[in-house]
Design a protein around this ligand. Structure first.
Ligand code: 4GX
Length: 267
């Protein structure tokens, strides 16, 4: 998959593609990344890429001509690629979108700085506007890296069997189960006994239950959209019974200590 990033700060990118799994994907030719300086497409001695906004006000806007020229060149270099503008106004990126993007031939990222890009470029030359979340960055570069990172690891053959994408958070709609490594005791906390048992069936059952309960406790909104399997519903019902039993025991204790006729006499 071809990634072309259009930016006025192309030097930000080599450190990103020269490390870890992204680097491996480049070496295996699973991805072909490049960062192109929009300034190369800005005419004149100063290669100016920004200008003051019509209507006045503070901040600058990226000029349309250099951006449009850079996009046309990128399209020629990566035919079949989709052109996306990184922007807080875009559709919010998630794992479902990452899976869709991983099937494309290529992506061209337009990274704006300042207040944004001239609206007419968005209208003519952009296939989609994408946001990585509801917060404001100083430029689209980090957002493009986030998307390249999440998409690359989903390209077949990029992850080895060990850390394959099927086991990920979100691939089954749940957070991942807890992980433990040596030593068996750390800060007084022991590794759950079942994980030391070597019993693969029980370990798998523990992990499924742990993933479900963690999702319920940390990100309950993820369960709203997702149908529960029969065994998952059974796990949640068992937790509900256990919690209700604890609450009942506690309130019964409080009554017997403090209720009418108790030994403490309500003191
Ligand atoms: N997810 N920013 C882009 C400049 C800009 C503004 C409007 C186009 C239109 C962001 C995000 C993000 C800050 C990148 C503003 N460009 N990008 N930049 N959140 O906050 O993607």
């Amino acid at each position: 998959m071809q990634f072309v990033v259009l930016t006025i700060f192309p030097e930000m990118f080599p450190p990103f593609w020269e490390h870890g799994i992204i680097r491996r994907a480049v070496e295996a030719r699973k991805i072909v990344p490049s960062a192109v300086n929009i300034r190369e497409y800005a005419p004149g001695r100063h290669h100016v890429t920004d200008d003051r906004p019509y209507g006045g006000g503070c901040g600058m806007v990226m000029k349309p001509e250099p951006l449009a020229a850079a996009i046309q060149a990128a399209r020629r270099a990566a035919p079949g690629a989709k052109t996306v503008l990184m922007s807080p106004q875009g559709r919010v990126f998630d794992q479902t979108m990452a899976r869709e993007l991983a099937r494309l031939d290529g992506l061209i990222f337009v990274c704006g700085r300042y207040e944004g890009v001239d609206e007419r470029v968005c209208h003519d030359d952009i296939d989609a506007e994408l946001s990585i979340g509801d917060f404001v960055l100083t430029g689209g570069e980090l957002a493009a890296m986030v998307i390249i990172d999440a998409v690359t690891r989903l390209i077949p053959g990029v992850l080895g069997g060990e850390d394959s994408a099927e086991k990920d958070s979100f691939e089954n709609g749940l957070l991942e189960h807890a992980h433990f490594t040596r030593p068996e005791t750390f800060h007084g906390m022991r590794v759950p006994e079942v994980l030391l048992s070597g019993h693969h069936g029980r370990i798998e059952a523990w992990r499924r239950e742990n993933a479900l309960i963690r999702t319920f406790l940390k990100r309950p909104e993820l369960l709203k959209e997702r149908p529960l399997a029969d065994d998952e519903a059974a796990v949640l019902k068992r937790w509900r019974r256990d919690i209700e039993r604890i609450i009942q025991t506690q309130s019964a204790d409080a009554q017997s200590l403090d209720g009418p006729g108790s030994l403490s006499g309500g003191q």
